[in-house]
Design a protein around this ligand. Structure first.
Ligand SMILES: Cc1ncc(COP(=O)(O)O)c(C/N=C2\CONC2=O)c1O
Length: 403
């Protein structure tokens, strides 16, 4: 049994989570002050976990350290591919040809590059909203126009507006769909019928599609991930992005898998990459997929309980909040529209009034006003403290009103 209740001190580790919030959330420098000391904040924002990376991964890194030489390295041994391909087959019933796999030190940098390789200057990038903001930034960074298709929200359960998606996909200048599967921030796990409809639209309009599946292992226990590539087995204009970074809390090791089916696009990528990788990251990733399954199942059970607790706590203490337990990710997407005006800066409110760092609607491109996103990948004691502060701050704001 792993101890997910353990509070781990992350100070002096150059963690984005503890040291990067002023610039990332508030676009401010270190002179920005709050009524709370930095160490007094309860951090529920950036998507990494407060849990120790699995011991099997740490042991693999230590074993590689004992080899004592860290020269130029890339994945040469077939065992790496076999371990990852086996993981995909066992957990998703899907795999891919070894020659389609390239490595990237992150999915964000891969998105930034792929938009440039795929979309001509006057072409557009399409994605669903609310959205992880880096889909927008990948278009902005490359001076490509982006187009959003708003998801339909019915009492906190989000579905794809296929009519709107089709309409936007039919624009001949829209050539790339960035598809988030599972979806951040709504937590949806797209089902086979939904994926088939998306696939039909992609094929009909001959779109390129990047299926960003970074959250695909962080499922509630009753969910199963279906890669888009499994539904579109023969579609060449597809890139699938996966990584151990979210699953095993190793984003700082900067290793992700980009599976590029189209040979000419893969050639462009390889020609632009001096593609060496960090030997410690390779050792970590291989151990994760080879031996991390037991830890992952215990993590999933712990997260399911954190989600259950969150649902109960909010319904008791913030009855007008709308919240559906995410089908995947460790991110809770909570509609506080009943308590705040549309243009309220929610991250600022909760940092000042509750001492909680969280991400808020205006950080998810569009179709997200009045929402907060809470990272639940933390010990239950931390979660209880964060939820208590959040609810007290909202209720204090509304003291004397009927909300
Ligand atoms: C959908 C999605 N794609 C890519 C990434 C980042 O990939 P990387 O470059 O690390 O390989 C994230 C991380 N999501 C984060 C990170 O902090 N807050 C979030 O929502 C993500 O949610």
């Amino acid at each position: 049994m792993y101890n997910f209740d353990e509070i781990i001190d992350r100070s002096h580790t150059n963690a984005m989570n503890t040291d990067g919030f002023r610039s990332y959330i508030f676009h401010a420098d270190d002179t920005m002050t709050f009524p709370y000391k930095d160490e007094e904040f309860i951090r529920m924002w950036v998507a990494d976990m407060e849990f120790a990376t699995p011991d099997v991964i740490i042991d693999a890194i230590k074993e590689r350290l004992d080899k004592r030489i860290f020269g130029y390295t890339r994945v040469f041994e077939n065992s790496y591919y076999e371990v990852f391909a086996n993981w995909c087959m066992k957990r998703y019933g899907w795999t891919f040809d070894k020659n389609q796999l390239v490595m990237s030190n992150g999915i964000i940098p891969a998105l930034f590059e792929l938009v440039d390789y795929i979309c001509k200057k006057d072409e557009k990038v399409l994605f669903l909203t609310p959205s992880y903001a880096y889909f927008k930034y990948a278009a902005d960074h490359n001076s490509r126009e982006y187009v959003c298709s708003d998801l339909i929200n019915i009492d906190g359960y989000y579905t794809i507006d296929f009519e709107d998606l089709e309409k936007k996909a039919s624009d001949e200048k829209t050539t790339l769909l960035i598809f988030c599967n599972p979806h951040n921030p709504t937590g949806r796990v797209w089902k086979e019928d939904e994926l088939k409809k998306v696939g039909e639209i992609i094929e009909k309009h001959n779109l390129w599609v990047i299926s960003d599946e970074i959250h695909c292992d962080l499922l509630r226990l009753n969910q199963t991930h279906i890669p888009l590539g499994k539904v579109m087995q023969d579609y060449e204009r597809m890139i699938t992005c996966m990584a151990p970074s979210k699953t095993f809390n190793m984003a700082g090791l900067m290793l992700s898998h980009i599976i590029i089916r189209d040979e000419s696009l893969r050639e462009i990528w390889l020609n632009r990459h001096y593609n060496f990788d960090n030997p410690l990251s390779i050792a970590a990733a291989q151990a994760a997929y080879e031996k991390g399954g037991i830890w992952l199942e215990e993590l999933r059970a712990y997260l399911d309980e954190n989600f259950r607790f969150t649902g109960e706590y909010l319904s008791k203490n913030l009855p007008n909040a709308k919240f559906k337990i995410s089908e995947a990710t460790y991110l809770a997407w909570v509609d506080l529209g009943a308590y705040f005006d549309k243009d309220e800066d929610l991250p600022m409110f909760f940092a000042y009034e509750a001492g909680v760092l969280l991400e808020g609607g205006n950080m998810f491109v569009d179709n997200s006003d009045g929402f907060i996103r809470l990272n639940l990948a933390c010990p239950i004691s931390m979660l209880k403290g964060g939820l208590k502060r959040i609810c007290e701050a909202v209720n204090k704001k509304h003291e004397g009103t009927d909300k």
